[in-house]
Design a protein around this ligand. Structure first.
Ligand SMILES: [Zn+2]
Length: 197
């Protein structure tokens, strides 16, 4: 078992995960979202797909027992445990454009998109390669007409989601930088890689 790594507030990380190994994403303080993106380690053109995942899992709310699928319709990771149970797979990673378009904020603002890109660039990932992330702990609600709202995460300190890799992966992970997603306070995210020996 590897030690627990900490992603400082409003930053990100990238690393590889071998097929069969586990990734535990932990909310150490509560109410903090973490954007997760996955790429095939051997071909980054294959990446996590929310459309394929929702199609094959027949749900827009993925949790324990569900699988995250690639754009090539292959299994990338399965959610083995989810102590909170609420995640989002609808909304794109927050980006400089998000803050300009939605909040009319034209000042420098950290974002998941930039934090993912910065950490994934050494693996050859380019801006247009960043897919819609699996937003761990993100609480997006929708009414019967499809109207969306971003609510505070329901995660409490110590809640975690445990993923098992179904192929060799490159993983991008953030501590989300969007005010509304994190109940207006930014916290760290922790993760742990657990080898399956
Ligand atoms: Zn974000």
């Amino acid at each position: 078992m590897c030690r627990i790594e900490t992603i400082a507030k409003q930053t990100g990380a990238a690393f590889t995960l071998r097929k069969g190994d586990y990734l535990k994403v932990i909310d150490p303080e509560g109410e903090q979202v973490s954007d997760l993106v996955l790429f095939n380690k051997d071909d980054i053109r294959e990446r996590i797909s929310n459309g394929k995942s929702m199609d094959f899992e027949e749900s827009i709310l993925l949790t324990q027992g569900n699988t995250l699928w690639s754009n090539r319709s292959r299994k990338m990771a399965t959610i083995v445990e989810d102590t909170n149970g609420r995640n989002d797979f609808l909304l794109a990673p927050c980006s400089p454009a998000t803050f300009k378009i939605m909040y009319n904020n034209h000042e420098e603002h950290p974002s998941c998109f930039e934090n993912l890109l910065r950490n994934l660039e050494p693996y050859g990932v380019r801006p247009d390669d960043i897919p819609t992330a699996f937003n761990v702990f993100m609480n997006v609600q929708f009414d019967k007409d499809g109207k969306l709202s971003v609510e505070p995460p329901t995660s409490k300190a110590g809640d975690y989601v445990l993923f098992q890799a179904e192929m060799d992966l490159i993983v991008g992970l953030t501590a989300c930088s969007a005010e509304e997603s994190n109940n207006y306070s930014f916290k760290p995210i922790q993760y742990q890689i657990i080898e399956n020996k």
